[in-house]
Write a protein that binds this ligand. Structure first.
Ligand SMILES: [Zn+2]
Length: 232
């Protein structure tokens, strides 16, 4: 099979999965109107598949996803890509291990972002998924590379696959788009419970060594060993 055919098969598969993963943002109540977006890197290529700008979630289909290069220029597709394309592209350029990026303004997590407050690790589920606090990134205006730079600067060397960009919302990364969607779902779940706990009083911290051992176990042992994807 020619390289061209292999790439177009891969792009077709990612158009389908990226379109389908947007429905998960709706199912978990992470987005309003047309806000929020999912993208996936085309493995081994300087390309990504991303949501079109301003299209209703009900109308997202594999054929209206947009293929861009990693400078954000459209390579394939009739519609303009998401207004957050520059941020996704910056993350793919700077973090070669990242295969998927998600952005939402999910309510509880974004309420922490509005206060510029990282979510402390009060819950074992947060230690499992995020390995500690969910950090705050800088305030950045949309358009250029500032959002991407803020995401990369905050998440580099951090266990958390989620960052709360100050006064804005959540960006998550993953080895693929599904893992990044999972991180967005879990980030909102943790943000909600931490908010409720804080409203009732002062939540109890978890010792650093316990956070480390929970993270280690969940990342390496948890799940069905015969189905590696079940874990992420
Ligand atoms: Zn946004």
């Amino acid at each position: 099979m020619s390289e061209q055919l292999i790439v177009s098969g891969e792009v077709a598969r990612l158009r389908e999965s990226v379109a389908a993963l947007h429905a998960e943002l709706v199912r978990y109540n992470l987005v309003a109107w047309t806000a929020g977006n999912v993208s996936a890197r085309v493995p081994g290529r300087d390309l990504m598949v991303i949501k079109p700008s301003g299209v209703s979630y009900d109308d997202l289909r594999p054929d209206n996803m947009v293929v861009c290069d990693l400078d954000g220029a459209v390579v394939e597709g009739d519609l303009s890509p998401s207004s957050d394309t520059a941020a996704h592209a910056y993350v793919y350029r700077a973090m070669p291990h990242v295969g998927g990026v998600v952005h939402t303004h999910s309510g509880y997590a974004t309420a922490w972002a509005a206060r510029g407050e990282a979510i402390p690790c009060y819950l074992t589920a947060q230690a499992d998924e995020f390995g500690g606090e969910i950090p705050i990134g800088p305030f950045a205006l949309i358009g250029g590379d500032d959002i991407g730079k803020g995401i990369v600067a905050t998440l580099s060397g951090h266990r958390s696959p989620a960052v709360l960009m100050r006064n804005h919302g959540v960006f998550t990364i993953g080895s693929n788009a599904k893992a990044a969607v999972k991180a967005a779902v879990m980030c909102e779940d943790v943000a909600r419970t931490a908010h409720l706990a804080r409203a009732l009083g002062q939540p109890l911290p978890i010792a650093t060594e316990d956070i480390d051992s929970l993270y280690e176990r969940y990342q390496n042992v948890y799940g069905q060993s015969s189905i590696p994807s079940a874990r992420r």
